[in-house]
Design a protein around this ligand. Structure first.
Ligand code: PEP
Ligand code: MG
Length: 304
């Protein structure tokens, strides 16, 4: 192992008073895994598909998923199905260029025209899951409606996958989180895209970074709404966008009712330490103050 590799704390995430908060990794392949981690909250599978003329075979996919799962025996691994589209073009998908790629055929939407790509991927994930002790969860990106969530869940369960969820990246989905939870076992909030769509601000445009600030109260309102929906029915709601990696914002997310935080391995130590310094009640009080702010800087000041 290279020396530069940052280890993550081997103890599970907890607040000062012992409330558990899963601290999970965002990974793009097996090389990002830290075997001492609690698990993986976002396994981006795009790497398998990039630069290909045709989809990777089910056998090749199964091997790539198994490589990750075998590093994390007994632990949770949330695999996200392919998140491609005109914004992350994949030649074999044959999608035409779009005027507004962020608003076009991307994420789960690509499965409507190309159902075989999703079905092959779900089959490969299910086969890899059956051959491991890792606890495999699967989720779809860019879900807008309860009907899309229901259709994805049915397809995933058809392949024998037991823990099925969706990402919340579109305000419509956040607003209807309680209805989406009728169909799925968990939600994972992608704050990078949810921020982009909430603020109508292109996440790739540096000039709009103030609007894309994860401390925007409107974004935090939507996150709180999703967390409330999850608590009402007793289903987990995590955050896997950049917001989860901010050690000052992470306790606020926990105070809003978020049950897991997923981030790059390098961010885990600081988030772990920030949670360990605060009780759940302090997190909840900080969250209430933050929601009462009118802009990101006031929100930051409201969270000690
Ligand atoms: C997100 O949108 O917050 C997310 C985690 O997905 P990605 O960054 O891969 O779009
Ligand atoms: Mg996203």
């Amino acid at each position: 192992r290279p020396q530069t590799r940052v280890a993550v704390p081997a103890t599970p995430g907890r607040t000062a008073d012992g409330h558990p908060v899963e601290l999970l990794l965002n990974i793009g392949s097996a090389k990002d895994v830290r075997p001492e981690a609690e698990g993986v909250g976002l396994f981006r599978t795009e790497f398998l598909f990039l630069g290909r003329r045709s989809a990777p075979s089910p056998a090749e996919q199964r091997a790539a998923y198994a490589e990750v799962l075998d590093l994390l025996p007994g632990r949770k691994v949330v695999i996200r199905t392919l998140d491609a589209g005109a914004d992350k073009p994949l030649p074999f998908l044959g999608l035409p260029p779009e005027e507004n790629p962020a608003l076009g055929i991307r994420g789960l939407r690509t499965a409507a025209g190309l159902p075989q790509v999703l079905d092959d991927q779900l089959a490969a994930i299910a086969q890899a899951a059956a051959a491991t002790t890792a606890d495999v969860w699967v989720m779809a990106p860019m879900v807008a409606t309860p009907a899309e969530a229901a259709s994805f869940a049915a397809r995933a369960r058809h392949h024998g996958l037991a823990k099925v969820g969706v990402m919340i990246e579109i305000p419509a989905a956040a607003l209807r989180a309680h209805r989406i939870l009728r169909h799925v076992d968990f939600l994972s909030i992608g704050t990078n895209d949810l921020g982009q769509y909430t603020m109508a601000a292109d996440r790739q445009d540096g000039r709009l970074s103030d609007l894309l600030d994860p401390w925007q109260p409107a974004l935090l309102d939507l996150i709180g709404h999703c967390a409330d929906a999850g608590r009402t029915v007793g289903r987990p709601v995590g955050v896997c966008g950049e917001a989860a990696a901010d050690p000052r914002l992470a306790p606020v997310l926990v105070g809003l009712g978020i049950s897991s935080l997923s981030m790059a391995a390098t961010a885990v130590p600081a988030v772990h330490a920030a949670l360990a310094e605060r009780t759940l009640d302090q997190c909840a009080r900080a969250a209430a103050r933050v929601l009462d702010a009118d802009d990101p800087s006031a929100a930051r000041e409201a969270a000690p």
